[in-house]
Write a protein that binds this ligand. Structure first.
Ligand code: GTP
Ligand code: MG
Length: 207
């Protein structure tokens, strides 16, 4: 299918606010500022659809985006923002874990990490929650434009070592150079296929 419609549905903090479970969802997790919203914009060829900001920690809600009235992307609240209190950290964890554990129509949670950095303790914690819920542990390494080719391959190994043996698939991307977009769509299509959904999105060429 081509992408014909993209709609922001809701910013939710609790399950009562989630949209109905009638459509499959793919969620994106990662620390604040890692580039979750930028990746969603890149995938959908939209500039300012999923809100991006230079103020980390802005997205403190689960944001649901519906594509073609066929499937949804879910932008999970970012973590690791230094200025959050312990209470905020707890409520963030509760929000994410509730969604991961209860959501029947959630097909996969993709973990985003910054390609320049060794995974933080919170990245490791988040990644473990993803594995604990039975997801595959697919990783996207963002901001690859900031490194050279040789640094990229070196950092992919650092990330793999930091997250552990389950991190078999790590895809480097750059939302800035629009690099890795086809790989992510191929990945998303393979997730639909593996879950017996008849959804295959055409490669989104830059407009
Ligand atoms: P929160 O919503 O706060 O959790 O952040 P986020 O993960 O959604 O990050 P966002 O997409 O808002 O990006 C944060 C900052 O990083 C913005 O200034 C983006 O322009 C920048 N950024 C995102 N992706 C890339 C990338 O691939 N390359 C470069 N150079 N900058 C990027
Ligand atoms: Mg965001």
């Amino acid at each position: 299918m081509k992408i014909k419609s993209t709609e922001f549905l809701i910013s939710a903090v609790k399950p009562e606010q989630y949209p109905p479970e009638n459509l499959p969802e793919i969620a994106f997790a990662g620390r604040s500022n890692v580039g979750k919203s930028s990746m969603i914009n890149m995938l959908l060829n939209r500039r300012n659809f999923a809100r991006t900001s230079s103020t980390p920690g802005k997205t403190q809600t689960l944001n649901f985006y519906e594509i073609n009235e066929a499937f949804r992307f879910v932008d999970l609240p970012g973590y690791g923002y230094a200025r959050v209190s312990k209470d905020q950290h707890k409520s963030w964890g509760g929000m994410i874990r509730t969604y991961l554990s209860k959501r029947e129509n959630l097909l996969e949670v993709v973990q985003l990490v910054d390609i320049r950095h060794k995974p933080s303790l919170q990245d490791q914690e988040m990644y473990q929650w993803i594995l604990d819920e039975g997801f595959n542990g697919i990783v996207v390494a963002t901001k690859a434009d900031k490194l050279s080719k040789s640094q990229i391959s070196k950092q992919l190994k650092v990330i793999q070592a930091g997250l552990g043996a389950e991190a078999r698939i790590i895809i480097p991307i750059s939302a800035q150079s629009r690099w890795g977009k086809y790989e992510i769509w191929d990945l998303i299509n393979s997730i639909f296929k593996a879950n017996d959904y008849d959804i295959q999105v055409e490669r989104q060429h830059d407009s």
